[in-house]
Structure formats: C-alpha cells, structure tokens
Design a protein around this ligand. Structure first.
Ligand SMILES: [Mn+2]
Length: 293
C-alpha cells in the first residue's frame, strides 16, 4: 500500500510536552523503513508548530495536518498520523471531510470532557467530544468546514478511566462504549464484534484512532497517564484486524506516546509494531471485498 506518514508533533498542557517528541522518535527508529520492508511505499511529511499558545497551536497544527491528509488521500495514499496528543483527530477528520465516516477510538480515557465537565481543564481530555460536536466548536470550525461526526457513528473502546461528568455525558450520548471490563468478562472479540456490526449499519468507512494508553502499562509504559488493566498488544492487533475486516480504514492516528517517559523503548517498539498492523489492516480493507458477517 502507498502510505504517507504524517508527523504531527503537538501536545498541550504543561507537563505533557514529551508527546510532541514522539513523531521524530518513531522516524529515528525507522518507522518508514519498517513499513517499506513490509512492501509498502512510504512517504513522510511534517506539520510544524510555530506558536507557543496551546490552543492556537491546536488550530495551526491541525489545519496543516488536514491539508496533508487531504493531499495524501487525493494521491491515493493512506494517511497515517504520528501524534502528538489526541487532538490530532481534529486535523485528520478535517482532511477526510465531508466524507460519511465513523470513528473507532481506542483509549484508556474517554477524551469526552468539555469545558463544562473537565475537572482538570486539560484540553487533550476533550478531543473526541469536540470531534462529535461538544465543546470548543469555535475552535473546531477554525480547522474544518465539515460537520461534527454524529455520535452514533462513534465507537470508543478499551476505556477504563472516566471522569464523573464525562461518564454522564457518555452515558446520555449515542456513543458506543466498549470498556476493558467487558473485554475481561466476555473476551475482546466477543465484546467488540457486536459493536462493530452495529457501527457498520451506519458507515462503511472509519477513522481509526489509537491512544497508546489503551494498552497495558506493561507493554506501553511511555505515556502520560498510564492506567493499569489495559489491552495486551495481541488483543489490540486482533481488534485492528477486525476493524479492517468490517470497514474501509480512511486514515489512522497513533497518539500519546511520550518518549521521555518510556522504559527501555518498550512503548516505541509497541508503537512501531502497531503501525505495521494498521498498514496491513488498512491495505486489506481498501482492496478486498468486505464481508459483513
Ligand atoms: Mn486520548
């Protein structure tokens, strides 16, 4: 497959700046060569952050990212975004609009706070809500003319740490949530499959978002908010394959890796292997006839 690896080095918040170093670290470690060695044709691009102000930088980087995603898509290339924090979803989705697509989002957290519910004020606890039309819409509309993604087209998976107000918002929303509790009770495949099938009644194309903290800190310690009880790598890889079996994957982002918090490059290596998994699933989903079983 033809892939454009787009580096989006953005992080918000005072102690989370390390996430902005992730894209460069992935490239240093040979992310592009690793994909090329599996038969993909890989191009790389970088979106620059020039402003100090976090919210202005969110607009700046995501506007640039949207242009890169659009360019890649128009050239028949698969946009693979290396975050950066989870707000890169805004630029990725903006580059894909006005498509009819859903979101499959893997995260230990909901990222569904709004300025009204957030206990911390942390911007990167809000991007999924923003993408779905809740909170900071003036900021979203500076990045895109497209509509928010309707909540019934959003699947949030691997969640195990929600703030109270965020939990209430999710419960009263149309967002489909598959928690790690459900994985433990029923197994990952048996939990995720019904949710994917439901989503497939609304969309045949998705944006795939992988926050590295969805994984257990055992395999991905290099994140800002490590949360025990996460997914193991093989389960997440299988989940990504399943998504490729049910949907065309329009673009993907791998976010929230903080190289300054890694232990022995464990998170880096996990991230690199996920890029391969995503590329394979996306390649399959774009070429094969999908069977919704
Ligand atoms: Mn996140």
């Amino acid at each position: 497959m033809n892939i454009t690896l787009i580096q989006a080095p953005i992080a918000t918040g005072t102690t989370q700046k390390g996430m902005a170093l992730a894209p460069e670290r992935y490239l240093q470690a040979g992310a592009d060569q690793s994909l090329a060695s599996r038969g993909h044709s890989v191009e790389t691009s970088v979106v620059a952050r020039t402003t100090e102000d976090d919210l202005e930088a969110v607009v700046e980087v995501n506007t640039g990212l949207a242009a890169e995603v659009r360019k890649a898509t128009e050239a028949g290339r698969f946009p693979m975004v290396l975050g950066g924090a989870c707000n890169v979803c805004l630029g990725a989705l903006a580059g894909l609009s006005p498509r009819t697509l859903g979101i499959v989002w893997f995260d230990a957290h909901g990222d569904f706070n709004t300025p009204d519910t957030t206990p911390s004020g942390y911007f990167d606890g809000m991007p999924l809500a923003i993408a779905a039309g809740r909170g900071h819409q003036n900021l979203r509309t500076r990045i895109t003319e497209g509509d928010p993604v309707p909540e019934e087209r959003v699947l949030l998976s691997g969640v195990r740490d929600l703030d109270r107000g965020e939990r209430d918002s999710l419960e009263s929303s149309e967002v489909r949530v598959v928690s790690t509790d459900s994985f433990k009770q029923h197994g990952m495949e048996r939990s995720l499959l019904p949710a994917l099938r439901q989503l497939a009644t609304f969309v045949d194309e998705v944006y795939l978002h992988l926050d590295m903290d969805v994984l257990d800190p055992e395999v991905a310690p290099g994140v800002n908010f490590p949360t025990p009880g996460g997914m193991m790598l093989d389960d997440l890889q299988r989940a990504i394959e399943m998504i490729g079996e049910h949907f065309r994957i329009a673009a993907a982002s791998v976010t929230a890796y903080d190289p300054t918090r890694d232990e022995g490059d464990r998170t880096l290596l996990t991230g690199l292997s996920l890029l391969d998994t995503v590329a394979k699933a996306a390649g399959k989903s774009s070429s094969a006839i999908r069977v919704i079983s």
